[in-house]
Ligand binder design. Structure first.
Ligand code: PGA
Length: 245
């Protein structure tokens, strides 16, 4: 699973130019899924630019937890679905740490995504201070419980999770493959507690300064099922190289 988080980059015209290049580099493949998370305003254009490439999916970076109403500036999961989104990022560290989103809100957003037929990709991860205090596992377990705990087992089984240590996002610092793998094992264990055997179907992605130089060693780890990539997904050639890892 290869997910590109474009954050607040690439206007519709840039996305069209990107996709012309990317589709030339990236052949149709059966064994992997590529998902783009563009700006909500670029999503529809990107969906159209994919033409018949139904192997490539599109998702929204954020949703509100209500289905509709007086929430100026927000987008609901239903509206995102109407623009062609199939996935929704929930609880990305920038949402949590720049915009003050809580664990509880992440749980409500996961529920809203499921109600609207979007697949949630729940992001979890510790800050540097939490890591230094030895709290990494406690933090990701809490974020998983709050994020997925209200969903039914079958719904948890259809979600995606990304482990993104906050200190590794956009900093050029990556968790070592072995370190990341051990946190992924703890995530897998907690998913089993939440959804039993069905949790085996939940892909757990790694994110935080992934690039074409380190993607292969991260993906070689047994518990890492994919990557969620910010900066390195903005360039069509770099991103197609990562997606072909
Ligand atoms: P980065 O971002 O690859 O630029 O570190 C990853 C993310 O925020 O999802």
């Amino acid at each position: 699973m290869f997910a590109a988080n474009w954050k607040m980059n690439h206007a519709p015209a840039d996305a069209e130019a990107f996709m012309r290049q990317f589709l030339a580099y990236y052949p149709r493949t059966q064994d992997r899924t590529v998902i783009f998370f563009p700006s909500a305003l670029t999503l529809h254009t990107l969906r159209l630019a994919l033409k018949d490439r139904t192997d490539i999916k599109v998702g929204v970076q954020n949703i509100h937890w209500e289905d509709h109403g007086a929430f100026t500036g927000e987008n609901s999961a239903t509206i995102a679905r109407g623009t062609g989104a199939k996935y929704a990022l929930v609880g990305h560290s920038e949402r949590r740490h720049v915009f003050g989103e809580t664990d509880e809100q992440a749980g409500l957003k996961v529920a809203a995504a499921i109600r609207a037929g979007l697949t949630p990709l729940l992001c979890v991860g510790e800050t540097l201070a939490e890591r230094e205090r030895g709290d990494t596992i406690a933090v990701v377990v809490r974020q998983l419980r709050e994020g997925l705990g209200k969903a039914e087992i079958a719904q948890v089984a259809s979600c995606l999770v990304a482990y993104e240590p906050v200190w590794a996002i956009g900093t050029g610092k990556t968790a070592s493959p072995a370190d990341a793998n051990s946190v992924h094992s703890a995530i897998r264990q907690e998913l089993r507690t939440l959804a039993g055997d069905r949790s085996e179907a939940v892909p757990v992605l790694y994110g935080g300064s992934v690039n074409r130089g380190n993607a292969a060693s991260l993906l070689a780890e047994a518990e890492i099922d994919g990557v969620l990539v910010g900066g390195a997904s903005l360039d069509a050639e770099a991103w197609s190289a990562i997606a072909r890892t």
